[in-house]
Design a binder for this molecule. Sequence first.
Ligand code: NDP
Length: 503
Amino acid sequence: MAKQKKTLTTGFGMPVDNDLNSSTAGPKGPVLVQDVHLIEKLAHFDRERIPERVVHAKGAGAHGYFEVTNDVSAYTRAKFLSKVGKKTDVFVRFSTVGGEKGSADSERDPRGFAIKFYTEEGNYDMVGNNTPVFFIRDPLKFPDFIHTQKRNPATNLKDPDMFWDFLSLTPESIHQVTILFSNRGTPKDYRHMNGYSSHTYMWYNAKGEYFWVQLHFKTEQGIQNFTGEEADRMRGVDPDCATRDLHEAIARGEFPSWKLEVQIMTPEQAKNYRFDPFDITKVWPHADFPPITVGRMVLNRNPENYFAEVEQAAFSPGNFVPGIGPSPDKMLQGRLFSYHDTHRHRLGTNYHLLPINAPKACPMNSYQRDGAMRPDNNGGDGPNYWPNTFGGAEPDPKLAPPPIDVSGMAARHAYQLGDVDFVQAGDLYRKVMSPTERKHLVKNIVSHLKNAQKRLQFRQTAIFYKADSDYGQRVAEGLGIDLQQVKKLAAMSQEDRVKATLK
Ligand code: NDP
């Protein structure tokens, strides 16, 4: 809080003489409409709320920096990654996904992990999650998926039937469902979790060679999760536990940090890989694509004002810099559209000019003009069209990304569900999780799935069984449903499984 004495003013700067008593006709009123200070104060208050984000509404953020610790210039020409020791300012927003703005931080949910790098070539956003995969791999399914994670349209309650009906009709979700219902679905706070690009992106170097990459931000605090019971309890004890933890840790000078690693796949490897490397329901196994260290991110400054810096922060996977580009990942392609679109709705068409979103380390020289709430000089007296011969900003052809070969028949191509879609969830259960983690996973699933209709319990448990027979068996036992029936359903095609569980 500033200590210097200041005079209160209206929004337009007129000094205010009294901010406790409305102007009235006599001491008992009525109130006079000529009290413009009162009218302005009420009218602004009436408009304080902006739409909350349709997903990731509850979040916390912090400022910091990213420092390069390893030379990756052979893979990308991005200047902020160009040499060891180079530092770039960042702003990070962590969030839950499904809950409303006032919902509890300890809800079982993926966590958003969005980073804005203020680079000298424009702002680069890495808009990821704390999970390396996602539930679906086609953006056409996204609005439906999110509806099932939110509230029933009739009761306005969270609905286990909607939740499990959709997931069991969408078996490609099994990998992410397994992570979500492990204790990684209830991270203790935002400092003790990893962040992943989840999508594959393109990196290209100064020679025009390109590579497919996946980014992993590994917490240097170590992974810490709540058990299901601890997370449930924390919802009541401190619904803002992760927000509070981040703020208090930074205020104490305990600055959280993450190591950035990248997995790299050449275009040739991508062509011949045993599954689609752009399918976001899958990870690239570390043994095939060993992670390479890139740098380190440190968060060392709390926002001064939550609304200005965190609520108005707007990230987009479409914010690239030269050296980084999109991959054909269908989900990513949908997000390239949707993020800017939702921010235009939420914040207005000039949201990129808000201080938290505007480039800090380079000029902004676009020909976009006008629009509601244009706070800068709108390009001044410079030309507002291209091409021009009046000294306006020019495109730089040297920065063109390498061309990539794209061809095929235009159609609504379906992913064919195959055994490969169950392998990684099974591997996670069998090879990565400890016996205790498996026990917690099954317990967490049972405590949620038991609230859905029996037929949905069968359909979903058959999918767990397809990932791993022990996994399916233990969920069936926990639910007290017939294992033989689960096995029969697991042996069927998805189409037949759905038909067999319609009632
Ligand atoms: P590895 O044994 O090389 O890697 C396993 C990785 O799993 C670990 O490095 C760790 O990654 C992550 N992990 C550890 N415990 C858990 C847990 N309880 N829940 C979720 N993830 C955990 O094997 P692979 O690379 O072949 O992957 C095997 C499985 O591991 C995958 O099917 C996937 O489910 C999971 N996994 C793989 C990742 C990858 O990029 N290859 C990333 C994350 C998970 P981290 O330190 O990044 O958390």
